[in-house]
Ligand binder design. Structure first.
Ligand code: PLP
Length: 348
């Protein structure tokens, strides 16, 4: 029966997420989860909802309007300009399905989030990578203005670098089609580009997985013109966000003190990690995210990755076509980063 699978699906490799070992003994610095737990209010809200039970019996609100009101109030955006998703990956899937036809073209700067290529391939569309400039700025003028969809992760993964609001505005102005600014990591940065969601062709996406410590809950959203959001609604599953994640997400947003405190801790540890890696001879990108991208010649990063893994420290070894390899290390707790640095000192 696999012969009946669409050729585009059979030909593709599929996205490979970072390892999630079942064994709890690992220091996990490979998938950019927040090292700190979410606000205790999240657990309280979910426990209360489960005890009440009604939200388990009934379908959730298909548009998550209560949660959208909290997003709108917290971020200062219009409630009818929000699309919720089962993680921001779901939002990216909905957007791709809405804009990209079979044989179409999806474009992203490179190296970046590898899922963008997968989304194009599922759609039966072509994917084209535009190399970043050597200093991780965006090529200007942008060489491919006529794609069905252009995606820019900002901060970028794996580099952790950011394109300025001015650069993104210029890019949006040069494109004939829509631009997604994927702000999965933006809460760890100095600024953000949410104001661009007012432009007719820009969609800004956010995630609760990183900065709110809720990767297991699966919640993300997009902000765009209400006319676009209405079209995306036709594409999404009716109940793509479950009741408990909507309740948990709202509680997380309403505890901005917790959010700010964990954000500050991650940023402080990030600065320390960057400096220590430079001291150990790594070439390190200045990061605005909750991870650090580092490279070196000898000893090579693949061996370092494997030796760290043998010591039960997981980082992400990434190889990008046309660019090369490096290590992406998530910012853990101070104790986790101390352990990492202790092992690295022995290895380099
Ligand atoms: C983690 C990540 C996402 C998606 O996160 P969700 O868990 O699906 O919300 C989106 N874009 C980038 C660049 C990411 O790294």
């Amino acid at each position: 029966m696999t012969k009946s699978i669409r050729p585009a699906i059979r030909a593709m490799a599929g996205y490979v997420p970072g390892e999630q070992p079942c064994d709890a003994g690992y220091i996990k610095l490979n998938t950019n989860e927040n090292p700190y737990p979410p606000s205790p209010r999240v657990r309280e809200a979910i426990q209360q909802a489960v005890a009440d039970g009604e939200c388990l019996r009934k379908y959730p609100d298909p548009s998550g309007s209560e949660f959208c009101r909290v997003v709108a109030a917290t971020l200062g955006v219009a409630a009818d300009g929000i699309l919720l998703g089962n993680g921001s990956d779901d939002v990216l899937t909905i957007i791709t399905r809405a804009f990209v036809h079979e044989g179409g073209l999806v474009v992203s700067p490179s190296p970046s989030y590898l899922l963008y290529r997968t989304l194009a391939e599922i759609q039966g569309a072509k994917f084209q990578a535009v190399p970043f400039n050597d200093d991780w700025t965006l090529p200007d003028p942008w060489p491919i203005p006529d794609a069905q969809l252009t995606l820019v992760a900002n901060p970028n993964s794996p580099s952790g670098t950011v394109a300025s609001v001015a650069a993104l505005t210029r890019l949006a102005g040069q494109l004939a089609g829509p631009l997604v600014v994927d702000e999965a990591y933006v809460d760890f940065a100095d600024g953000h580009a949410m104001e661009l969601a007012r432009l007719p062709n820009v969609i800004v996406t956010r995630s609760f997985s990183k900065s709110y410590g809720l990767a297991g809950l699966r919640l993300g959203f997009a902000v765009a013109q209400p006319a676009l959001i209405a079209e995306f609604f036709k594409v999404k599953d009716s109940y793509n966000c479950d009741a408990l994640s909507l309740i948990g997400g709202a509680a997380a947003l309403q505890d901005q003190a917790h959010f700010q405190a964990t954000r500050a801790r991650v940023r402080a540890t990030r600065a320390r990690l960057e400096a220590a890696l430079r001291g150990l001879g790594f070439e390190v990108c200045p990061s605005q995210a909750n991870f650090v991208w580092c490279r070196r010649q000898a000893p090579g990063v693949r061996g370092i990755f494997e030796q760290l893994k043998a010591k039960k420290i997981l980082v992400r070894h990434m190889v990008y076509e046309g660019y090369g390899e490096g290590l992406r290390i998530s910012v853990g707790t101070d104790a986790e980063i101390d352990r990492l640095l202790e092992e690295l000192q022995k290895l380099v």
